[in-house]
Design a binder for this molecule. Structure first.
Ligand code: PEP
Ligand code: MN
Length: 341
């Protein structure tokens, strides 16, 4: 249920209603809108009396949240959530780009990538230190050594760091070195991991599971939000279909659909979404045109020798060119690219 307070409600009345919600055994999420405050009462509310809340002091009305996800829904919070990632504010009407190699491989590789993507206009550096690989014999990542190299690249460039965390035990370690915790597609329904990042003070980039419906995707986000971390970015990275020409199928209707259903920012990953470097520039531009709040793109100094995902990674010049095209399209949809200042 949503307890909508009167515009004139006092802080004491708001606090009283938070207490009432908790007395009913529900969790109170308070959303301070530009106009008024609303309190989301989430949990099993079948036995709770809507009327008793509606008659509380300073209450305008009590309405049910119809969507199965509650805190993530637009019904609850009409204003877009804005998330600060280094110098990029996701959800604030600018387009931010996170770019870098699939995996951190060496100091030279990650630091040169950081300088190159920054120069082209990215505001965050991506790079996996813990890699979820289909085969146990594939490169598994440099682990903590890789995290240290990411931190070094941040020191040299000022870029924010986005990197994947694969298990609950490693959340503190990954958070120590990074700005954004990435939850990979394979872990989208690892509920204990979602709760663990929900208790972190780092922003989260939640990638859609390759066979997850949008409802499952939003319920996964709900796990994080429900633990009290409001800073969740949703990342469409392609889904599995009957089509085999591309590695995954990248549905860009996800962008306006999610914007309608949720207040969380939407990021597109055209690299995993297509699996072919030659498709990445056009799909990046298309994602900006579709209204994406940001992009996450794989870029490598020498894609041919990459330890993972080289076939879908852009070279530095290709990334430069892609950024220039995205900037032109951003202007056409009344936005602009966020760059480092
Ligand atoms: C990645 O970002 O390199 C990655 C493994 O992505 P996903 O979880 O979307 O497959
Ligand atoms: Mn990858």
């Amino acid at each position: 249920m949503i307890v909508v307070m009167e515009k004139s409600a006092t802080q004491a009345q708001i606090e009283h209603m938070i207490g009432r919600v908790q007395e009913l055994g529900l969790k109170a999420h308070v959303i301070q809108g530009t106009e008024r405050t609303v309190i989301a009462a989430v949990g099993d509310d079948r036995g709770s009396s809507k009327e008793s809340l509606a008659s509380g002091p300073g209450v305008s009305e009590v309405v049910p949240i119809l969507a199965p996800y509650k805190v993530a829904s637009r019904e609850l919070k009409p204003d877009p959530t804005q998330i600060q990632v280094g110098q990029f504010k996701a959800g604030a009407g600018v387009v931010g780009v996170m770019a870098g190699p699939c995996s951190v491989e060496s100091e030279e590789q990650i630091v040169s990538s950081a300088h190159a993507v920054k120069k082209a206009g990215a505001t965050a550096l991506r790079g996996g230190a813990f890699k979820p690989r289909t085969s146990p014999y594939s490169f598994q990542g440099m682990k903590e050594e890789g995290l240290k190299l990411l931190a070094l690249a941040r020191e040299e460039t000022g870029l924010a760091i986005v990197t994947e965390v694969m298990s609950t035990e490693e959340v503190d370690l990954v958070a120590k070195y990074s700005d954004v915790l990435q939850i990979g597609a394979r872990n989208m329904q690892n509920y204990r991991l979602l709760e663990a990042v929900g208790n972190s003070d780092r922003a989260v980039l939640l990638k859609r599971g390759a066979s997850a419906t949008i409802e499952e995707f939003l319920l996964a986000a709900e796990y994080i939000l429900n633990e009290g971390n409001p800073n969740v970015m949703l990342c469409e990275r392609g889904i599995r279909t009957f089509e085999t020409h591309t590695r995954f199928t990248l549905p860009l209707a996800t962008v306006p659909y999610l914007h309608r259903k949720t207040h969380l920012p939407v990021i597109i990953d055209p690299s995993h979404g297509t699996g072919h470097a030659y498709l990445v520039p056009d799909m990046s531009v298309a994602a900006v045109a579709a209204g994406a709040d940001g992009l996450i793109i794989e870029v490598h100094p020498t894609p041919e020798t990459a330890a993972s995902d080289g076939y879908q990674s852009l070279t530095f010049p290709q990334f430069d060119e892609t950024m220039a095209r995205c900037a032109r399209v951003a202007v056409a949809v009344d936005k602009e690219m966020c760059t480092m200042h």
